[in-house]
Design a protein around this ligand. Structure first.
Ligand SMILES: O=P(O)(O)OC[C@H]1O[C@H](OP(=O)(O)OP(=O)(O)O)[C@H](O)[C@@H]1O
Ligand SMILES: NC(=O)CC[C@H](N)C(=O)O
Ligand code: SF4
Ligand SMILES: [Mg+2]
Length: 458
């Protein structure tokens, strides 16, 4: 199928632009709006039609781009990445986009997701003589591309992706093309936007808003979009009947102002809160949420129960997401620095505290303690997701089974562990009800039913 530039209507995070005179400012703004998806490193690759140039580093987008000489990065095409490592550590060699040379020329790739057979493929490739420059799974794709027998890029991509298993929303670029691909199950999000004669691809629609682009549509699972001066072409290169969009994107990961499958994330979270109120009510004087990601669900639960919502917890906005910090020490320090209680709001009250998830239990444990120390009479915890009992191998670092509170304890033990007066979660079925779908969501971290064959993971 084909369209051209004029006729087209108007995790890690990935962001790509084609068609602007100077893409660097859009790449920077896009990455800033996707910062919540990865805080370990950031980078961009820009093409002026002749050469690809890369700028990347460890740290937040603002830190990495502090000394960015944008005048040296002029180009009409570029991709960017914010990383939160799922395979390989957070060091500089693992930062993305990965820039490489192969028989097809210079290319760069930015990957959101995680490949479950990367180690096996890497081992095979090393046996055949490949030399890897990083320890992340994404580099396997670059090697497979360079070894594909096909002489055109699209053919090489189809051959490379036919060999990988797992989650990938992928941006690839050469000096004159931007290619966007989503894995056949559509595990990670990827959207297409348009602004005048520019095309933009991004992990979330909130990144389109920031550069003034309009959402055209989502990239379909298994679809490859090619954007060049010839216009936009698309093709379904990887077919699967099954769909498995990550339910955690709705629950926690994405920004509330993003939309997936025609559903706004804030609205979905609010519905999850209403479903919690319906099946797992609690008696209390006030409802409060844990900033940031559970505020929408807390508002839904408050509405569902007819109990006033109060902001009892205040967040220091200069501390990032704690769950995606790479070490447990970092996560504990993060929670302590990040949240504080307004004692006068909770003193002598029965508080219903809503969070979106319990993974390791670091946050809930700390917050129940803070609320009780602040004078709450009772603290009832309601979680707008099912208990996380299995690790994710598909792009969210829910860590090993041993670290997951719910994998190793009963509801009663968890209630004791976080010192709550009561605790309840949604069931996987209630999660579907809250999202408003019958199927098509991955819920493996709650059920252990992985949508792809495991075998070799991280
Ligand atoms: O049980 P745990 O291991 O503590 O993980 C779960 C917590 O981590 C996340 O919050 P986080 O602080 O990362 O991000 P947020 O500020 O977006 O809510 C999530 O919203 C839970 O609060
Ligand atoms: N969170 C992600 O999507 C990470 C992408 C890739 N697996 C990496 O570790 O670099
Ligand atoms: S296992 Fe959980 S976190 Fe991972 S993709 Fe599936 S729903 Fe998302
Ligand atoms: Mg949170």
């Amino acid at each position: 199928m084909k369209d051209n530039l004029d006729r087209m209507p108007e995790e890690c995070g990935v962001f790509g632009v084609f068609g602007a005179k100077d893409v660097a400012p859009s790449l920077y703004y896009g990455l800033i709006s996707l910062q919540h998806r990865g805080q370990e490193s950031a980078g961009v690759v820009v093409s002026d039609g002749k050469q690809l140039k890369s700028h990347k580093g460890v740290g937040l987008v603002d830190e990495v781009f502090k000394d960015f000489a944008s005048s040296q990065y002029k180009g009409h095409l570029g991709i960017g990445h914010v990383r939160y490592s799922t395979s390989g550590g957070g060091s500089i060699e693992n930062c993305q986009p990965l820039l490489f040379n192969c028989k097809l020329g210079q290319a760069a790739l930015a990957h959101n997701g995680n490949l479950v057979n990367a180690q096996t493929l890497r081992h095979q490739l090393e046996q055949q003589g490949s030399i890897f420059h990083s320890t992340n799974d994404s580099e396997v794709i670059a090697h497979l591309l360079s070894r594909a027998s096909s002489d055109d890029l699209e053919g090489a991509i189809a051959s490379a992706l036919g060999q990988v298993r797992g989650a990938y929303s992928l941006l690839l670029m050469t000096e004159d093309k931007l290619i966007a691909i989503r894995d056949p199950l559509g595990i990670r999000p990827l959207v297409l936007g348009r602004k005048d004669d520019q095309y933009i691809v991004a992990s979330e629609s909130c990144a389109l808003d920031i550069v003034g682009a309009k959402l055209v549509r989502e990239i379909e699972p298994g679809e490859m979009l090619t954007i060049s001066s010839e216009g936009l072409e698309w093709d379904n290169i990887l077919y699967s009947k099954k769909r498995a969009f990550c339910s955690f994107e709705y629950i926690y990961f994405s920004r509330p102002d993003s939309d997936f499958m025609g559903k706004n994330v804030h609205t979905v979270r609010k519905n999850l809160g209403k479903v919690l109120a319906k099946y797992h009510p609690a008696k209390g004087d006030i409802v409060t949420g844990v900033p940031d990601s559970s505020l929408s669900a807390a508002a839904g639960l408050a509405e569902g129960l007819g109990i006033p919502y109060e902001s009892a917890l205040i967040r220091n906005r200069y501390v990032g997401r704690t769950f995606i910090k790479p070490s447990q020490e970092g996560r504990i320090a993060g929670v302590n620095l990040k949240l504080n209680v307004i004692n006068s709001v909770i003193k002598g009250k029965k508080v219903i505290m809503v969070d979106d998830s319990i993974v390791r239990g670091t946050t809930s444990r700390k917050i129940v303690e803070m609320l009780k120390q602040g004078g709450a009479k009772e603290v009832h915890v309601r979680i707008s997701a099912p208990p996380v009992t299995h690790p994710c191998h598909l792009g969210i670092d829910t860590s090993s089974q041993g670290e997951l509170l719910a994998a190793n304890s009963s509801l009663e033990e968890m209630t004791k562990a976080i010192k709550a007066d009561s605790l309840a979660f949604l069931t996987p079925k209630e999660l579907l009800e809250g999202v408003g779908v019958k199927d098509g969501l991955c819920d493996a971290c709650f059920t252990g039913k992985y949508p792809v064959k495991m075998g070799c993971c991280k």
